[in-house]
Design a protein around this ligand. Structure first.
Ligand code: PLP
Length: 400
């Protein structure tokens, strides 16, 4: 554990004269030194714009950037040219909405989302629905914090063109029954997009084994830098989709009256990409693979069970995260206290959690809440940190 924590110097800092206890990993993970170093190394040694370069630096930067594409393809079980670099999950969903949705959805169609989605996988679709007039059906959420899939065959039907859902809920940590949802989608020949923003750092993902068509995730949630992410799509679907952004790099030929587009994946990567952070993402994924996602999951599951067990013992606690099929997150409130105040009181003790609606207003409305407190774990957290967090909560409860 010491060797893991030493990779994350920020974990040794103090906040309000207390050692930092970072329990806001679902919002963004901390970065290991190998990631910080890879970014610094790029700017120190081979900073250059990539592709079309006729010089040493451009060639080396291009090679490293394209190597990360290949590395990520093998990480998720796709092909290199199916990996599109975006700025993160939000941009990836927008790409799908603009490039596929705008081209293929009509007012006669239906798509399926769930009531538990992050706004990133809700707002783009509602905005497009306003323009095109297709129907959005929602897989309902139960007050237990799980999706109700008992009527899946009435929600995902032959009219459904796309099912777009998160693998794991960011607000509650619920692991959704994606296998059943994908199976029903395939029965109806509907395409499936999986928002893996909260899954890619915890669970080994294989797009072919899952049988999905599109996938999105953000680098900063998997120990990589901010400002970069991935959109993956099946080759034949990507080929049929329109470009998302237009400009340099994404073209084959430009005339004053017509344009032909570049091949995959460049058709979707207009302009100068975020080279340094793509390299940082590559370093993060290598770091994760060296430790092993199985090992990471085991540590996180143990920490999560311990946290769930201990937090239950706190007076006046209300827990929203289901005991079964959940990971890394505990969403809770304390009777009679506003989540923001709990967050502030914990911060005074150096403990970082997140409070609010977690970009899931429909989910909160379903629970009749304005917001929750969310503590979220990473494999670099310890039982001692959980003990300190629980002790801090108990002392706060006495104040409210
Ligand atoms: N989807 C889920 C499930 C998330 O948790 C998040 C971020 O918290 C997003 C989408 C949006 O990710 P980003 O802000 O990195 O684009």
């Amino acid at each position: 554990m010491d060797s893991i924590r030493n990779q994350f110097p920020i974990l040794a800092t103090t906040v309000n004269k207390n050692p930092l206890i970072y329990l806001d990993n679902a919002a963004s993970t901390q970065k290991p030194l190998v990631v910080v170093d890879s970014i610094s190394e790029y700017y120190r040694n081979y900073n250059s714009n990539i592709h079309r370069g006729a010089h040493y630096l451009a060639n080396i930067a291009t090679e490293k950037y394209e190597n990360v594409r290949t590395q990520l393809a093998s990480f998720i079980g796709g092909q290199s040219h199916e990996i599109i670099f975006t700025s993160g999950t939000t941009q990836s969903v927008n790409l799908l909405m603009q490039s596929w949705g705008r081209k293929f959805l009509t007012s006669a169609d239906e798509i399926v989302l769930s009531e538990m989605e992050h706004h990133a996988n809700l707002v783009p679709w509602i905005a497009l629905q306003d323009e095109i007039g297709f129907k959005i059906n929602y897989i309902p959420m139960m007050t237990s914090g799980q999706l109700d899939i008992s009527s899946l065959d009435q929600i995902i039907t032959l009219k459904t063109k796309l099912v777009s859902i998160a693998y794991i809920s960011n607000a509650l940590g619920t692991i959704h029954p994606v296998a059943q949802i994908i199976a029903q989608s395939k029965l109806c020949s509907a395409l499936v997009h999986l928002d893996c923003a909260q899954a890619i750092q915890h669970i080994s993902i294989d797009v072919r084994a899952l049988g999905i068509d599109f996938l999105s995730f953000s680098s900063h949630k998997i120990y990589g830098p901010m400002g970069v992410g991935v959109f993956w799509g099946k080759e034949d679907l990507l080929k049929e989709m329109n470009p998302y952004l237009y400009g340099g790099e994404m073209i084959k030929e430009v005339f004053l009256d017509k344009v032909t587009f570049n091949e995959l994946p460049y058709k979707f990567e207009a302009g100068t990409p975020n080279v340094a952070d793509v390299l940082g993402l590559g370093a993060a994924v290598k770091y994760i693979e060296d430790i092993g996602l199985q090992n990471i999951k085991q540590i996180e599951d143990e920490l999560h069970s311990y946290l769930m067990l201990e937090i239950e013992k706190v007076d006046k606690i209300i827990i929203y995260t289901p005991k079964e099929n959940s990971t890394a997150v505990v969403s809770f409130n304390i009777e009679g206290a506003h989540p923001y105040d709990i967050g502030q009181l914990l911060d005074a003790k150096g403990i970082a959690i997140r409070t609010g609606h977690h970009c899931c207003q429909p989910l909160m409305r379903k629970l009749g809440l304005e917001g929750t407190c969310r503590a979220s774990l990473s494999f670099y957290n310890t039982k001692e940190e959980i003990d300190s967090f629980i002790a801090a909560l108990k002392s706060i409860v006495k104040l409210v």
